[in-house]
Design a binder for this molecule. Structure first.
Ligand code: AMP
Ligand code: ZN
Length: 469
């Protein structure tokens, strides 16, 4: 697999730390509201990656965190606490909000046919690990306390900011540089890019979620959870870390600072970032009017998998603009593809014995597309080429499509998978024989018998073709 590594700004061959397995960490949802379809685009990209790795033979240990504490409305310690904001909006406790939107997140994951990660650790279940990591940073001299909070001192780290560094300009993630400029002014920060590891003096009033710590009762900053939980479940070093491009300049930069400050050496080598879903030139965000959820799509008559198909059409590194027309086109394309596959299936079920199994080039091209920085649009184009290729047998087409769908996850042969029982096959053979003899009476009687058993009977090119009603 060759993947574009944000850290080195080039495509690199993936070299697993442990033969045959990949440790993959993906920043998960902040559960104070529904995920919007932009968030879901990133989770889909991570699912394509995970499936592609599994397709290539790796065992993938995928961890995705559930952020239920500490994330402020600005990623850089400013603004309101997101969970508290959700609780206020709905007149509920933060714990109720966390439960409600974690459940909603999993419903979206399942509807989109995203494979469940190996683990979904919750931040609030890992306060102990976060405190231990902050203590380690304290010992290594990277922290200071000011105004009651514990801060990470970024000036102590030589290569702080390497992920979003200056060489960034003009590359595919250039947008993040603007985020870097958007720093804020907490008087306790000796440097604007320092960040909070632990809050005791909260500017957010009486915070419901609080824990005892060596620095006083309080709650963790946002970034520390990902360092603590990824290292707990994937080891000190693991293979790939993912998220959306908005995470490059602050969240992932600070995750690297904390983890490398504790470890004293490089933490994770390969960083992959999914680009934004936008709507009419604006980034989709939970605040503001651009907030579309999967439910809104469903209410308009779309299936979750129509959106999955829509996302497959763009490379993960490219911005994707959402439009209802675009989603409608994806829906039509998916329906047409499934119809073609259903025809192929009917063909294999009716004439399997007469269809020779052939070898085809499509699976190797498909594998090559995945290995080329996860080129899903190319992979999708290959399915279309395959189903329309007259030189490939139906049996072979079907088995190849089923293989490809392990990565695409579109359920391409769903509701079209059926077996025609032996008894019905015999009736079909008898009917074909009767028709060959022009015994129309017998042919009609046999058709009625097959229909009564629950099958649709069609005559195609002089042959009887059946499929379940
Ligand atoms: P959050 O729930 O805000 O922590 O975000 C969950 C994931 O969605 C993160 O990986 C973000 O980087 C990603 N994300 C946020 N906004 C967008 C967007 N408009 N398009 C694609 N991904 C996004
Ligand atoms: Zn994270």
């Amino acid at each position: 697999m060759n993947l574009y590594n944000t850290l080195t700004r080039q495509k690199e061959e993936l070299k697993p730390l442990k033969r045959g397995t990949i440790g993959l960490y993906c920043c998960g949802p902040t559960v104070y509201n529904y995920a919007h379809i932009g968030n879901l685009r990133t989770f889909l990209f991570e699912d394509f990656l995970r499936r592609a790795l599994e397709f290539s033979g790796y065992k993938v240990n995928q961890v995705m965190n559930i952020t239920d504490v500490g994330h402020l409305t600005s990623d850089a310690d400013e603004g309101e606490d997101k969970m508290a904001k959700g609780a206020k909006r709905e007149h509920k406790t933060v714990w109720e909000i966390a439960k409600e939107y974690t459940d909603a997140f999993f419903a979206d994951v399942d509807a989109l046919n995203i494979r469940r990660a190996t683990r979904y650790p919750r931040a609030t279940d890992h306060i102990r690990e976060m405190i231990a990591l902050i203590r380690r940073l304290e010992k290594n001299g990277f922290t200071y306390v000011a105004g009651g909070n514990v801060y990470f001192d970024t000036s102590k780290l030589n290569d702080y900011g390497k992920l979003a560094g200056a060489a960034f300009v003009g590359t595919r993630h250039a947008l993040s540089l603007q985020d870097v400029a958007r720093v804020e002014t907490d008087p306790n920060k000796k440097h604007p890019r320092n960040f909070v590891l632990w809050f005791t003096e909260s500017k957010h009033g009486n915070q419901d979620m609080q824990w005892e710590s060596p620095w006083g009762r309080g709650f963790p900053g946002w970034h520390i959870e990902c360092s603590a939980m990824s290292m707990k479940y994937l080891g000190d070093h693991f293979d790939i870390h993912c998220g959306g491009i908005d995470h490059i300049s602050v969240h992932h930069t600070n995750e690297i600072a904390q983890s490398e400050g504790a470890l004293g050496k490089e933490w994770v080598h390969t960083w992959l970032h999914g680009n934004f879903l936008t709507i009419k030139d604006a980034r989709m965000a939970k605040s503001g009017g651009n907030f579309l959820t999967l439910q809104v799509l469903k209410d308009k008559g779309f299936d979750a998998l129509d959106y999955r198909y829509f996302c497959l059409q763009a490379h993960y590194s490219q911005e994707l603009t959402f439009s209802w027309e675009g989603l409608d086109a994806a829906k039509t394309a998916l329906r047409r593809l499934k119809e073609k596959i259903k025809k192929i299936l009917v063909e294999t079920q009716n004439f399997a014995s007469k269809t020779q199994k052939t070898k085809n080039k499509y699976l190797s091209s498909f594998t090559a597309a995945l290995a080329d920085d996860l080129n899903m649009p190319q992979a999708l184009a290959l399915v279309w080429e395959l189903v329309d290729d007259g030189t490939i047998s139906a049996m072979d087409k079907l088995s190849t499509v089923q293989e490809m769908d392990k990565v695409l996850g579109l359920k391409l042969d769903e509701k079209t998978t059926f077996d025609i029982p032996e008894g019905i096959r015999k009736l079909v053979d008898q009917r074909n024989a009767a028709r060959a003899k022009k015994d129309w009476k017998a042919s009609d009687a046999l058709r009625d018998q097959i229909q009564a058993a629950g099958y649709v009977v069609k005559d195609e090119s002089g042959r009887t073709v059946v499929e379940p009603k």
